[in-house]
Ligand binder design. Sequence first.
Ligand code: HAM
Length: 426
Amino acid sequence: MNVRTLRGTNDILPAEIKKWQFIEEVARKTFRLYGYEELRTPIIEETALFTRTIGETTDIVEKQMYTFQDQAKRKISLRPEATASVARAYLEHAFDKKRKFAKFYYIGPMFRSERPQKGRMRQFHQIGVEAIGSYDPCLDAEIMSLAINLLKKIGIAQPNLAINTLGCRKDKKKIAKELRENLKAQFSELCKSCQQRFSRNVFRVLDCKNENCRKITHKLPSLHQSLCPACSEHFKEVKKALDILDVKYSVDDYLVRGLDYYTKTAFEITHKALGSQDALGAGGRYDNLVSDMDGEETGAIGFALGVERLIIALSDHESKETTDSSIDLYIATKEEKAHEESFKMADLLRREGIATEIDYLNRSLKSQMRAADKNGVKFVAISGEPENNREKIILKDMGTGQQEEIDKNDFVKEMKRKLQDYEAHA
Ligand code: HAM
């Protein structure tokens, strides 16, 4: 049987997993600083949750969802994103009644049936946050600042933050009408997809990558001209709050997002290392989503970063945390009898919190030493008959190459001390 991973999906191998764990750990720590708590929602949901919130005429819903019928003939989809699920959970578990304002974060796989390429997968992973329950423009700025700070902590230098406002739902309707009026004369010059978007979802025309469409859209008047005073004011306040937090940004009048639920603030974070799929992450306000799901009118905002893309952007910045071996000590044995002894010793060391490995391939001492070195372990203990008889263990520091004999009874204590020293000087 020659079974391989499905197109657009990946095994994440142990050699890469340290980067993933590093990113996840930094994210968890950073989110805690801003008061976010983890929420894990199911990977499958009723299809209607996504079609109604993301929008019937979006690419995600029209072309990219993995949808199937279960045994009970219910329509189920693999989640293409998590914002809708978080809003569902917020209502299902009555956070609207208990807390009003709640901050959640999530880390996990999402699924979109897109044409795979660098930075674009069919199963990909997002790290995201959703703050539900407030209309305060300072929250918009805090969330963008959080995203930028997180990227910095991960080691991704110089991300670009572009922001825009789409206005409230009323403004969006007005803007859509104006866009159609302004584009009508050039309809025949638009690409085939944009001609379809024109009536179905005209905002998406602004997002088209086609050169010709771009030329046309960039001559359009700014969307900002059509905003109501409250939305204009909100955007002004968001920019002011970003300045207070010293977050650098540019305003992109044509920035629209591929999900219909956005209102007012929308933003995208890009990075030059990424090529054509250059968005590290994106987000925005979705002040109607909760009420569309039969909750009360509720302000909300969030973002999601794509982990695969973070890793691409990070690859030039290998930090120490991402390259260290997780094994502290390898016990190499000289002969078979000593193996039983190391087997027991490894168990004792692990109970004491020391990551230990032993040989399971019956290799020579030399090849055990070579394997330990290749795996980047910090220390190697050499255990053999003569040393065992003298109640001694030879310990080699793989960093300095120095070797010493340690009393077997003191070994755990000594190892702990050495590892503490190691960490202190790392
Ligand atoms: P999104 O822009 O669809 O927004 O996705 C956010 C990020 O996920 C993208 O910027 C990208 O880094 C990553 N991403 C999306 N699709 C793929 C893919 N096929 N392969 C690899 N990475 C991908 C959302 O999903 C919104 N839920 C974000 C949000 C949260 N808005 C408010 N709250």
